[in-house]
Design a protein around this ligand. Structure first.
Ligand SMILES: Nc1nc2c(c(=O)[nH]1)N[C@H]1C(S)=C(S)[C@@H](COP(=O)(O)O)O[C@H]1N2
Ligand SMILES: [Mo]
Length: 397
């Protein structure tokens, strides 16, 4: 079948009966699967509980598994995971950046089946929260910042399945003057400090939409779990996690720059060190993690240690490690086969003679653009982009 756009709707010639899909949709209030903010089990062996957020424990990562299983992936919820039935679901698209401008009340409505008629696309990418590593601002730099005190576990690499946003935009008709797209979620409005900020939403440039943005219904060969955006989420590979809006409800396509508190107030560098008009954060920095628990105890015999490094901008070209708290450095062995699309790189190092005592292990990656990890991260009030080399404690006994 062909996708036809008309003034009346997205699939004027398609198997959408009775014009039902063309009518503006009103949303039933999402119900909770069960009391709680996260639906999937988050046992303490796998996760650190941060309330509505759950952090993956690096010590629990299976070194044989390149991809992060959905069951192990971190969760970052501004409110709580909604329950949305796929059968009731539709994505609504509107705005003056469409070839034919449409107000929100007359949005195009796309069901999952509509979207699944477009060419399917699979893509592996890192998903990472902007605040990943935040607790090290205090722990390593003695700086007080606000926000969830993530260690390095607000990250994962998954294989997405869905449709390219550019194919969707082509099908619905995009104006040549469109510059900005705002994605909004169907989760509850975010209320903080008595202020209702509305639905979680964040704009991004049309250029990103036409490059590698994906509308995903699948992860690692399964349907998305409710916590990760079921039935459909946006994926902006390499960009700050907030860009990858879960439970995607609307896309506003505009000829002018769109804004929301999620790019004007949050997910920007703020604080005395930063100009008031510092731009919104987009591409993730370079970071590295050891596959070790913070209370890891190793026997005093040769051991192969492993870790992963990633960058929002490209491949990792080099990883240097220090097993003596920075006194000496050596290259880690990169597993060249492990890197896929925009995913992370696995690496390893043989520790030949671990001596009894407490040690600090350091890993510092460089990406193909020459971006590397500093020894000190640039402090900012909200604790974003902690990309400095982390001191990983380990006890040899
Ligand atoms: N609708 C909606 N989308 C959202 C969020 C949210 O709270 N609501 N959190 C964002 C943030 S800050 C991050 S880091 C990622 C986390 O994705 P995950 O929970 O699937 O790991 O989702 C983003 N998309
Ligand atoms: Mo995030």
């Amino acid at each position: 079948m062909t996708l036809v756009t008309s003034r009346r709707g997205f699939l004027a010639g398609a198997a959408v009966v009775g014009g039902a899909a063309l009518a503006p949709v009103s949303w039933p209030a999402p119900a909770l699967a069960r009391p709680g903010l996260i639906a999937k089990p988050t046992p303490p062996e796998w996760f650190i509980d941060h309330g509505s957020n759950a952090e993956m424990l690096w010590g629990s990562v299976d070194r044989a598994s390149y991809l992060t299983p959905q069951s192990r992936l971190f969760v970052r919820n501004h409110t709580k995971t909604p329950t949305i039935a796929a059968g009731d679901y539709a994505l609504r698209v509107f705005g003056d950046g469409l070839a034919t401008a449409r107000p929100e009340a007359d949005a195009l409505s796309l069901t999952l089946r509509d979207l699944q008629r477009l060419p399917r696309h699979r893509l592996t990418s890192v998903l990472e929260c902007t605040g990943n590593g935040r607790r090290y601002y205090a722990a390593q730099q003695g700086e007080t910042v606000s926000g969830t005190p993530w260690g390095l576990g607000a990250v994962g690499t998954v294989r997405w399945e869905g449709v390219r946003l550019r194919d969707v935009l082509r099908a619905v008709g995009l104006s040549r003057d469109a510059v900005s797209i705002q994605a909004a979620g169907l989760d509850d409005p975010y209320v903080n400090g008595g202020v209702d900020h509305g639905r979680v939403r964040r704009p991004f440039p049309v250029a990103k939409a036409l490059d590698d943005a994906l509308l995903a219904w699948g992860m690692n060969g399964e349907d998305l779990l409710p916590d990760h955006g079921y039935p459909l989420r946006l994926v902006l590979p390499g960009w700050v996690g907030i860009g990858s809006i879960k439970w995607l409800g609307t896309l506003e396509v505009s000829r002018s720059e769109l804004t929301s508190p999620w790019n004007t107030q949050w997910y920007r560098m703020t604080g005395p060190q930063w100009p008031a008009d510092a731009p919104a954060l987009t591409v993730n920095p370079v970071r590295s993690a050891w596959e070790l628990a913070d209370d890891a105890v190793l026997p005093a015999r040769p051991v192969t240690l492993t870790g992963r490094s990633w960058s929002g901008a490209g491949r990792i070209s080099q990883v240097s490690v220090s097993l003596d708290d920075g006194a000496s450095w050596r290259p880690a062995v990169l597993d060249r086969r492990s890197r896929q699309d925009a995913g992370w790189t696995q690496w390893s190092v043989l520790w030949g003679r671990p001596r009894p005592g407490t040690h600090h292990l350091l890993a510092r990656a460089t990406d193909e653009l020459g971006r590397t990890q500093p020894l000190r991260a640039a402090v900012n009030s909200q604790g974003y982009f902690f990309d400095a080399v982390v001191r990983q404690p380990v006890v040899v006994a």
